[in-house]
Design a protein around this ligand. Structure first.
Ligand SMILES: *Cc1c(COP(=O)(O)O)cnc(C)c1O
Length: 393
């Protein structure tokens, strides 16, 4: 065997995540590993919690990063809140609502499905009807920013409807955190999970979660133990605590947490609202370019996500060869369609550190070069000026 060090190619990541990691974040990761109970590390954990409260706009004490990717945050919220025999209303308008259903079933609970077309937001009227028909539903679960389609649902309205029916609100904010408006306290969200690798400019592998007082009440008065030992917040809080004497639960991913800390410092320095505005403005520039080229968005303007752009593929073009040419010739990754949208759209991400002018210009010029070379019917020479005019440079 003569396997040598792995040196990944340097790519520009404009898919559905992971997105480009800021050099400050990779730099932070390379700092020395210290013990996960070292007082210096414990102080850093407290800062992470405080900065996550800012990112989520919440005062929730139980606001911590789960030591695993977004999917583990999803499991943490469902496993802790649901018990065997419970009922949960689950909205599905893309891939991730389907995973929520799986989670509910694996908790031994029954999902009541509210379905909307892929590319559409969750319909509040259908949610209202489902909660009316199921007054015993314990919670309402939905995806705020559906990364598989690029649609944003109205979290504030859906949350209000759920509370009117005495149901808890569980929200997937993996792609929203740091990318578009999310106000956990103002919108009275009871349980929320996110991811480090989408709009936070951080590496994959951590999932910030937050639980309201009402949710904690439900968790601490469960009849049965949480099925998962690792994700049981009753146990995790012994380590992440408020006021807890920090006790060993699992070894925290020390260097990954340095990375999250650094990305949250950057978010704090930029300002949350400025980060949201940056995602919006850069989306408008990319959009101007793509539309000038002749591509169209599949999600209606009112609920289009700025950080995830789903666009149609020109007639007669093999979308997979376009993506592999972008990767091979320009080191540029864009996303394919998922599930019902496979083969029908590209998903171009402008998340976190990927949401910047250089990436927009690279994406538009590379896409135009490849599409023109493949003989696609697009308008050439117009995308860059259209985008540039929106970049305010
Ligand atoms: C990416 C994503 C997830 C899953 O996160 P992983 O880090 O891949 O486990 C869940 N929900 C949404 C909306 C996502 O975009």
């Amino acid at each position: 065997m003569s396997i040598t060090s792995f040196n990944p190619p340097v790519r520009t990541l404009m898919g559905p995540g992971p997105s480009d990691v800021h050099p400050r974040v990779t730099g932070a990761m390379a700092r020395p590993c210290i013990g996960h109970l070292d007082p210096a590390f414990v102080d850093m954990m407290d800062e992470v919690k405080q900065m996550l409260q800012y990112a989520f706009q919440t005062k929730n004490q139980l606001t911590i990063p789960v030591s695993a990717p977004g999917s583990a945050g999803m499991e943490t919220t469902f496993m802790n809140l649901l018990e065997r025999g419970d009922k949960a209303v689950v909205c599905q308008n893309g891939v991730f609502g389907g995973r929520m259903k799986e989670n509910v079933e694996r908790c031994g609970a029954s999902p009541i499905m509210v379905e909307d077309d892929w590319g559409k937001p969750v319909d509040p009227q259908k949610v209202e009807d489902a909660l009316k028909a199921n007054p015993d539903a314990k919670l309402l679960a939905f995806v705020h920013a559906e990364t598989s389609t690029g649609a944003r649902s109205d979290a504030e309205t859906l949350s209000r409807i759920a509370h009117d029916h005495d149901a808890l609100v569980l929200v997937d904010a993996v792609t929203s955190l740091g990318g578009n408006e999310l106000r956990v306290d103002d919108w009275e969200i009871d349980a929320v999970y996110a991811g480090s690798q989408k709009c936070l400019s951080c590496t994959p592998g951590l999932s910030p979660v937050s639980f309201s007082e009402r949710a904690i009440e439900v968790i601490t008065t469960r009849n049965s133990k949480v099925q998962s030992w690792f994700l049981d917040t009753n146990l995790i809080m012994g380590y992440w605590g408020p006021n807890a004497k920090r006790a060993y639960h699992h070894t925290a991913p020390v260097n990954a947490l340095y990375a999250l800390h650094e990305s949250l410092v950057m978010l704090q320095d930029e300002g949350l609202e400025n980060a949201w505005a940056r995602h919006d403005n850069n989306h408008l520039a990319l959009r101007a370019g793509l539309e000038a080229m002749g591509l169209s968005f599949i999600v209606a303007e009112d609920y289009r996500l700025p950080q995830l752009n789903s666009v149609t593929i020109p007639q007669g073009i093999d979308e997979a060869s376009v993506r592999s040419r972008l990767l091979n010739e320009f080191n540029l990754e864009i996303g394919a369609g998922l599930g019902a949208l496979a083969g029908k759209v590209w998903r171009i991400g402008l998340m976190g550190y990927s949401s910047r002018a250089e990436n927009i210009v690279l994406c538009l010029s590379a896409l135009e070069a490849v599409l023109a070379d493949m003989g696609a019917e697009i308008n050439t020479g117009v995308a860059l000026p259209a985008a540039y005019a929106k970049l305010n440079m």
